[in-house]
Design a protein around this ligand. Structure first.
Ligand code: NAP
Length: 310
């Protein structure tokens, strides 16, 4: 068992910003993550919308944020999957898969989410054999091949554009005739001669032999077959809010609801970044969430230690 003032679950931008602030405020802080520090930054090639960095590699920003937090004395427990989160009186208990418990009065939930599955035949079977959810991780395996990208949001359009550095052609298959992605990303993709958009198309199946060979979609009542070497799926995101053993208020999609200080319906539990119900999922907003939660958590911890200062 290890005791802290603040446990932060998730080492992406929201969690690392929170950690930087709580550690600077002299709170004993631990960040736990099932993987390396960086969260979604590690699945992003280039970042061009984080103020102060006109253009920076996601992996580089992740390293910088991690080093910055460590410099203020944050304990980092990376590659440590969390099994569950419980509440015992004032104390929040984070149980790791390893069996260890991290305990603290304040818990900042910054665990982000996972890609949403398309849920079509072949998706699971060909995962890792042509089906991927990460262009930065897997794009280079598809040099010179034709690829399909499924989705119409920022991720599909941005990652589709990124994949053209390896692929000979990228088909972006979207279920509607309008894209959800930001205009700047759409304009860039439309100007890319290697990208072809396929609209009003519903992917029905992914198939192949040992690897993906074909994606089948329905368009205007017709079933169409496209030969591709890989299918990259970017159809949204499912928040990692299921770790709590206690009830924490959330919206229909599972995103945690917070007040303006990022506090959830459970006293002493804050939610920040992509796991929180909010308008957008940006690095800048994640960092802002983490900062707000850190300041609120610090006030909470101080009030527990010294009720006269509450
Ligand atoms: P998203 O914005 O939720 O878009 C998901 C896309 O997948 C939508 O176009 C949606 O179609 C489609 N979709 C959902 N379920 C589907 C299904 N079952 N079959 C086919 N298509 C389906 O998700 P995202 O693109 O992953 O982005 C997630 C968040 O990260 C967003 O807030 C985004 O702004 C942010 N992000 C930002 C950047 C950036 O700023 N550069 C980059 C990446 C992600 P409909 O449009 O018809 O609903």
């Amino acid at each position: 068992m290890s005791e802290y003032d603040v446990v932060i679950v998730g080492g992406g931008p929201a969690g690392l910003a929170a950690a930087l602030y709580t550690a600077r405020m002299d709170l004993r802080t631990v960040v736990v993550d099932r993987g390396p520090l960086g969260g979604q930054l590690l699945n992003t090639e280039l970042i061009e919308d984080y103020p102060g960095f006109e253009s920076i590699l996601g992996s580089e920003l992740a390293t910088k944020m991690g080093e910055h937090a460590r410099r203020f004395g944050v304990t980092v427990r990376d590659f440590e999957p969390v099994k569950e989160i419980d509440v015992e009186g004032n104390i929040k208990v984070v149980r790791l898969e390893s069996g260890e418990e991290l305990r603290a009065p304040a818990l900042i939930m910054a665990a982000g989410g996972l890609p949403r599955y398309l849920q079509v035949p072949g998706e699971k079977e060909f995962w890792g054999r042509g089906v991927s959810y990460c262009a930065v991780c897997d794009g280079a395996f598809f040099k010179g091949q034709e690829l399909a990208v499924v989705g119409g949001g920022d991720a599909a359009v941005e990652e589709g554009d990124f994949l053209t550095r390896y692929a000979s052609k990228v088909y972006i298959i979207h279920r509607r005739s309008e894209l959800r992605a930001q205009p700047i990303l759409v304009d860039r993709a439309k100007a890319n001669p290697k990208i072809e958009f396929i609209f009003d198309a519903h992917v029905k199946e992914i198939s192949g032999d040992s690897k993906v060979q074909v994606v089948r979609y329905e368009q205007h009542g017709e079933l169409i077959e496209l030969s591709v070497g890989g299918v990259f799926i970017f159809v949204g995101f499912v928040p990692n809010s299921g770790l709590f053993k206690v009830h924490v208020n959330h919206d229909e999609a599972g995103y945690l609801l917070t007040d303006r200080n990022m506090e959830t319906s459970v006293e002493g539990v804050w939610a920040v970044g992509d796991v929180r119900s909010q308008l957008t999922k940006q690095i800048a907003t994640a960092v802002g969430d983490g900062t707000t939660a850190a300041v609120a958590a610090s006030m909470y911890v101080t009030s527990l230690k010294d009720p006269a200062r509450a």
